[in-house]
Design a protein around this ligand. Structure first.
Ligand code: ADP
Length: 919
């Protein structure tokens, strides 16, 4: 429905007003009419009501002539007005329109049509005028605004001609805005700059999108950096008809950015230089330290008085602690420089962590603090990760716990937080101590470098404050988190998590061995509740039947009770240090009791005192284990005690365990440092290898060409030609001559990337300095054990040694699993025993029983580590005969002993020479 047009009729003559109304009624238009008889009444209505148009009589009681129009427009500007006059006068009509009315009609004879047309025209015209004036106003406002902006604004048509430029732009260019209009960028800027502007404009036109850039603007010879926003100008239909650019000067900012970039590059250079410097410095410090530690280890292997041994141990410990500080600093700088990577390999986490705990257990034990270690049963046996870096974190946290705990205990615990869909275990490690605790305000900062809770001048505890910072970054590399909870004076719990893929080899673990201990009754005696619970959980998981006692008295009572009940304990696991009766006293009581005497005993202790060991031996203790005890060794000890052992512990994965003896090799050693030369030669020769020395890369190359070797051990940094270059050349010659000699790198550089450099140069293995016996052994062993692909050996091992002469499990355990040591001992055994027997024979012939005893006692001792067998039995019988003073019988027994020993010699000689392998 069309809206009615609201008309205000201002007419003092009522008759005439009625006539107008009548005419309006005759139209078909939807008019509504308001009537006022005076100007004031009309204005009143105009202000209080919505009116579209006024029909106006000029002569009113309160106003006359054109003044009436002026008065109305004053009150309501731009109101459409149609004047109705009594006389038709052209001049009057012209004046009326000039004053702002839209039309002028005679009152008399006005017909409906012309009135309607006039009204409509008046309304439309006023609307148009209103719109035009709004447009003019807004344009004026726009220009005013744009001209007052501190940024340059300009508009161009599609040909690139300026159609608008604001005041800022004309100031920027130094040209009057009117001079700019009609020009193009090519008139104001150099060709290349103008071309860029043009291309950018065309891009905006083509894409219809806004464009933003920081660019060089050279206009009228002045160059500045500007930030520019260009956008399309569209007409009413949305067509792009030109471009608009807004830009402003960013020269200052740009200069600051450039200065910042330069500063950043300089800082990065400095950081690189720092990292290089640290690597070099660490090399320089490690080289002499290498000699100090290595030579000390060698000296410790010789015959020494106790005092000399103690001094040397102190040198070794100090050297190692210096090395660990250097390693800390180097690690930290490597991590800071983003150069530390994890080396991910599968490892048996219980074994690896268990091994880390041993020396920590001894340290804790020395402070009379108990260290316990618990793995939840759900923790996978084999995971993938960097065991070395995990060790660093664990040793640091447990080391700190020991350092800051005077009484109580330290519990290390591992749980599985979750298993990811990618079959990765998120492990949660906790180290809880009952030590001094950490003040609340320090809890947030101790993970930062060089931060210590107790940093005042009265510091009681040593340290660099780097340990936790390194831990935090290593944990970060393991995708984990580290945090601490602590109450001052009560203790702290450090937590960390890490992501460890579960190794596929888990499936290969052989666990059937536990059936052999199932159902066996075991008594656990330990004053420490945590330890009791851990041991209880472990043996329960193997299907054993445990019971716990908190001290020796309770233990004894339970042992007796079990006998009375007809279900005695087969085996006892007892702690050594306990209030009241200690472990040894408990065992003494057991051995004195007729009904308990035969109980098998495993002793757990956190102190390494030799007297305790010998007391235990005298009391027929089956095994003596250092705390915290590893599950695997506890299992081994129990099966050995029960007499149900297999030759090898079934806890170890074959793949992770391959550590076999290396046959004697012909080795070319390239090393320039004299101390390192002596150390490496001493180690290699100790293992039975023949070593040829070259003092630089060139000499190594020449020596290698002139002879045949099994292996090259190559220092990386050497004068004249370094190890990498020498290796490259050897590999090049091999391309022609054929063959591939294993080359193991030795380097004091331990930055990530060094290994890759060595491998890229053609080296096959890598060991870092200071040379550690185990590392060097491993680096060589990978090529010369039966698992390795290399088989250049002229003396091929024939078979795995077997037979009843040696008890290998026993012998290896006596050497702490160290095959190299066992080989050394076998060598000594072959060299020494015949001499001892000669001495024995001579002493027996001369009736010198003391000398004879000393000789046979030494033989018995060296046979002990090889385990029970015919030879050790014969030697022991002979020893008994000498002790009982029966030298004639002793002389008779030497024949059978010689015979048994001969068999042992030949087997030992085969093994030492590499003809047979250790199992
Ligand atoms: P530091 O070499 O000084 O031990 P760390 O980074 O390992 O350096 O430890 C930083 C500081 O955190 C320590 O100096 C000590 O104040 C505090 N701290 C760390 N572990 C413990 C803890 N188990 N109990 C109490 N304080 C601790």
């Amino acid at each position: 429905m069309t809206q009615s047009i609201r008309i205000l009729l201002i007419e003092d003559n009522l008759e005439e007003a009625a006539q107008v109304r009548q005419v309006l009624r005759e139209t078909e238009e939807p008019f509504s009419v308001e009537h006022a008889e005076t100007l004031f009444a009309g204005i009143d209505k105009l202000l209080s009501q919505e009116i579209d148009v006024i029909l106006l009589d000029l002569d009113l009681p309160d106003s006359e002539g054109l003044g009436t129009i002026i008065a109305l427009h004053f009150q309501v500007p731009q109101m459409p007005i149609v004047v109705l006059t009594s006389i038709a006068d052209r001049n009057l009509a012209a004046s009326v329109i000039q004053e702002g009315a839209q039309d002028c009609l005679p009152k008399t004879n006005v017909d409906a049509d012309s009135l309607t047309r006039s009204i409509r025209y008046a309304i439309e015209r006023t609307h148009r005028e209103r719109a035009e004036s709004t447009l003019r106003n807004s344009e004026a406002r726009y220009r005013g605004l744009v001209n007052s902006l501190p940024v340059c604004v300009l508009q161009k048509d599609l040909d690139g001609r300026f159609i608008f430029a604001n005041r800022a732009y004309s100031e920027f260019t130094g040209h009057d805005a009117n001079d700019i209009l009609g020009k193009t960028d090519f008139d104001l800027s150099p060709q290349d700059v103008a071309e860029k502007f043009r291309q950018d404009d065309l891009k905006v036109v083509r894409t219809g999108r806004q464009f933003r850039d920081v660019e060089v603007n050279t206009t009228d010879g002045k160059t500045t950096w500007v930030e520019v926003i260009k956008s399309p100008i569209r007409d009413a239909r949305g067509e792009v008809v030109g471009t608009q650019a807004i830009f402003w000067d960013v020269s200052e900012r740009q200069l600051a950015v450039e200065a910042l970039t330069q500063a950043k590059e300089a800082a990065e250079d400095a950081s690189r230089a720092k990292s290089e410097f640290l690597a070099n410095m660490s090399h320089e410090i490690r080289t002499p330290l290498n000699a100090v530690i290595g030579m000390t280890e060698l000296l410790l292997d010789t015959q020494l008085t106790q005092t000399q041994r103690d001094y040397l141990k102190m040198i070794l410990e100090s050297g190692e602690s210096l090395l660990s500080i250097i390693n800390d600093i180097l690690d930290f700088s490597k991590i800071e420089a983003g150069k530390l990577d994890l080396h991910i390999k599968p490892f048996e986490i219980r074994e690896t962590v268990g091994d880390m705990m041993k020396p920590l257990g001894v340290r804790a034990g020395a402070n009379h603090v108990e260290l316990t270690c618990h793995f939840d049963a759900s923790v996978p046996a084999v995971v993938e990760g960097d065991a070395h870096r995990l060790r660093q974190v664990v040793v640091n946290l447990v080391g700190n716990a020991i350092k800051f705990t005077e009484v109580g205990e330290i519990d290390f615990d591992v749980q599985v937080d979750s298993i990811t869909p990618e079959n990765e275990a998120i492990l949660h490690f906790q180290v809880r101590d009952t030590g001094i605790g950490i003040p609340e305000d320090k809890l947030g900062t101790i993970f930062e470098a060089f931060e210590q809770a107790d940093s005042g001048s009265t510091r009681q505890y040593g340290g660099t404050g780097l340990g936790l910072a390194i831990c935090a970054r290593l944990v970060d590399l393991m995708d984990g988190k580290i945090w601490v909870e602590s109450t001052l004076g009560e203790g702290s719990t450090f937590h960390f998590t890490g992501r460890f893929p579960i190794a596929e080899s888990n499936g290969q673990m052989r666990r059937e061995g536990t059936t052999r201990v199932q159902g066996t009754r075991v008594l656990i005696v330990d004053d420490n509740a945590t330890n009791r619970l851990i041991l209880d959980e472990i043996v329960r998981n193997w299907g054993m039947r445990p019971l716990m006692a908190a001290d020796a008295e309770e233990g004894l009572m339970l042992l007796h009770e079990a006998v009375s009940a007809g279900d005695p304990f087969t085996i006892l696991l007892t702690d050594f240090e306990m209030p009241g009766k200690n472990g040894v006293e408990l065992i003494e009581a057991i051995r004195e009791s007729k009904e308990l005497r035969s109980t098998l005993v495993t002793m757990l202790s956190s102190s390494e005192r030799p007297t305790t060991r010998s007391q235990c031996e005298a009391l027929d203790v089956n095994a003596f284990l250092m705390k915290p005890v590893k599950q695997s060794e506890l299992f081994d000890a129990i099966v050995v005690a029960l007499g149900v052992e297999l030759p090898e512990s079934e806890w170890h994965l074959q793949a992770l365990e391959d550590r076999e003896s290396i046959r004697p090799l012909k080795i070319l050693l390239a090393e320039d440092n004299i101390a390192n030369q002596r150390l490496a030669i001493a180690l290699l020769e100790k293992w039975g290898h023949e070593v040829t020395l070259a003092v630089n890369g060139q000499e190594a190359l020449d020596t290698w060409r002139a002879d045949t070797y099994d292996l090259v051990v190559m220092d990386v940094q050497m004068p004249e030609m370094d190890g990498l270059e020498a290796t490259r050349r050897i590999r090049n010659i091999e391309k022609i001559r054929g063959g591939h000699i294993p080359i193991v790198a030795m380097t004091a550089h331990a930055l990530a990337g060094d290994r890759e450099k060595c491998l890229a140069a053609g080296m096959d293995g890598y060991t870092s300095k200071p040379l550690r016996i185990d590392d060097l052994y491993e680096a060589i062993a990978q090529f010369f054990t039966s698992g390795s692909n290399e088989s250049p050996s002229p003396v091929q091992p024939q078979q795995v040694a077997s037979g009843s002469h040696f008890n290998w499990t026993h012998a290896l355990r006596a050497c702490d699993g160290d095959r190299v040591l066992l080989l050394d001992l076998l060598k000594i055994f072959i060299d020494e025993t015949p001499r001892l027997l000669d001495r024995l024979d001579a002493a027996l012939a001369d009736d010198r029983s003391d000398d004879a005893y000393r000789a046979i006692h030494t033989v018995v001792g060296s046979l002990r580590i090889l385990g029970p067998g015919p030879a050790s039995e014969a030697a022991r019988t002979l020893e008994q005969a000498i002790i009982s003073g029966n030298l004639t019988r002793a002389a008779d027994l030497t024949g059978p002993l010689h015979e048994k020993l001969e068999q042992l010699y030949s087997l030992a000689a085969d093994i030492v020479s590499g003809r047979q392998l250790l199992p």
